[in-house]
Design a protein around this ligand. Sequence first.
Ligand code: ATP
Ligand code: MG
Length: 646
Amino acid sequence: MAQTIYPVPQDWAENALVDEAGYQAMYRRSVEDPEGFWGEAAQRLDWIKPFTRVKDTSFDEADFGIAWFSDGTLNISANALDRHLAERGDSVAILWEADDPAEPHRAITYRELHADVCRFANLLKAQGIGRGDRVTLYLPMVPEAAVAMLACARIGAIHSIVFAGFSPDALAGRIRDCDSRIVLTADEGLRGGKRIPLKANVDAALNQCIGVERVIMLRRTGADVPMVEGRDIDWAEAASQSADCAPAEMNAEDPLFILYTSGSTGKPKGVLHTTGGYAVWTAMTHEYVFDYRPGQIYWCAADIGWVTGHSYVVYGPLMNGATSVMFEGVPNWPDPSRFWQVVDKFKVEIFYGAPTALRALMREGDDWVTRTDRSSLRLLGSVGEPINPEAWSWYHRVVGEGRCPIVDTWWQTETGGAMITPLPGATALKPGSATKPFFGVQPALLDTDGNEIAGAGDGCLVIKDSWPGQMRTVWGDHDRFFQTYFTTFKGVYFTGDGCRRDEDGYYWITGRIDDVINVSGHRMGTAEIESALVAHHKVAEAAVVGMPHDIKGQGIYAFVTTNAEVTPDAALRAELIKWVRQEIGPIATPDVIQFAPALPKTRSGKIMRRILRKIGENDVGNLGDTSTLADPSVVDHLLANRPHLT
Ligand code: ATP
Ligand code: MG
């Protein structure tokens, strides 16, 4: 496919925190002298007791261990709040937009947020919650969710957020996995004009969890919900607590939170992050990736139920004194202009979103975007899945009117924050590539025998050495942690993703390793074929998997969703096959194209390819863990409409 390169705009090169030469120099130092580099970088935080050790890490089985700044102490809520009070106490920390555009927004200053966090921390303490206790949050995207996270951090409790779209069963599984004694929720959530019965879901989940002694419920909608005597209390009780709560002195390696991965490849893992390294990593990446300066209005549209919400709605931005926009709603309600209306309302300068939302909006046509102003936007970001070059170009041309760089950030729940990403003042962009490693990140590509591929090539993406934001364990199952990430290839962290590196040293994520298919001896990343399909003007979204093929070994099975106004038919099928042959070559010719009104997605919006793979393999007896599917009926529809039923 034709390759366009977008050079760094002049004003960015001149005014950003780092330009290309700056990036090169800092990157070199970060890998040649990690102790010196991270020892200095960590000075951005307020430490209670300064660390003397920087890095104690080994990925080898014999002396395996990951610890950063391990004799230092700090409190992340103090770093996100208290340290700003003198200089920026009256500037806005959280700018909240409700689901319903008619509901007034809220602007909460650092001083107010600090007081709310202290009060809620005191309420938690009054329930007997303290250091090391697990607190499950099942909350809508409201400021109180951030308050609760920071309150846990303030007293040393470990938060575990469960996305508020999950079912009672999925919630119960996560409560039990980490033995929470307390659950924080709301009467109802609001999303896209619909009410979500959060408290009723908690009640149902707790029938399966005997260990939960306390539920604190926020009144969001005022719905009449039953309260269990002796167990449930009202969030409003926090108001009568003292607005003074000293931050607990935490060791850098004390746990901060548990977060279950989105489950697109299997049973979710309870990823554990600790305090010091995560704080350094999220603050530093937030500042450099978004070139953030205090005063700028910044919006990460992720839900706090996902790691992106943890690192880039709450912790990273607040540690940097940012004004962080928090949005309760969805991109396409009341209409597909909503994102851009919010951008205009708050004069958002930096917008960070997911490819799944962009593809959905692209499908509705440009007019929903162009009818809004968006002149405040300076920088755009993407995260969660590979962004197809077609969607990238649309984002750049239509949303950003050609003036905003796009930072396509590759990372994982496990990595804590961005790992492979452009820096807007330093990196020329190639649509679809996450470009270059962040400071301290040493990616490598290995072939299936574990040999490192030098120069251009493609293979399994691993990271050779630890970085401060790395997860420390799988909650309750340290062996699973080691087995999952450090045994496929010895001595390195295995990401599970396939990746290509081009002649310029740019990284292109090609999809999960499991999604690399082998057609007549040619290894192909499914992302490339998907991008070719999405580049067709009638296609909105595509997912490609392998299928058994007598002659080729593996054939190509493509699931395709068309644009809103298109009727899929045999003629379109033929047209798409011809199109892919032209775009990539005959080797990529799809053997099967199944049209579908929607693709199966996790609740975080990622296509669940493992289910599609089973359909491609015609092995649909056991589809595995589907508890994280957003809409199970999508799968039923796919099963009922398979074109190659035998
Ligand atoms: P599970 O680990 O339970 O299967 P998951 O991997 O979907 O779930 P996350 O940690 O939310 O859970 O997702 C990380 C994955 O998302 C990465 O490994 C990668 O496959 C994909 N990803 C994230 N950002 C990007 C990006 N910018 N470009 C390409 N892929 C991305
Ligand atoms: Mg994963």
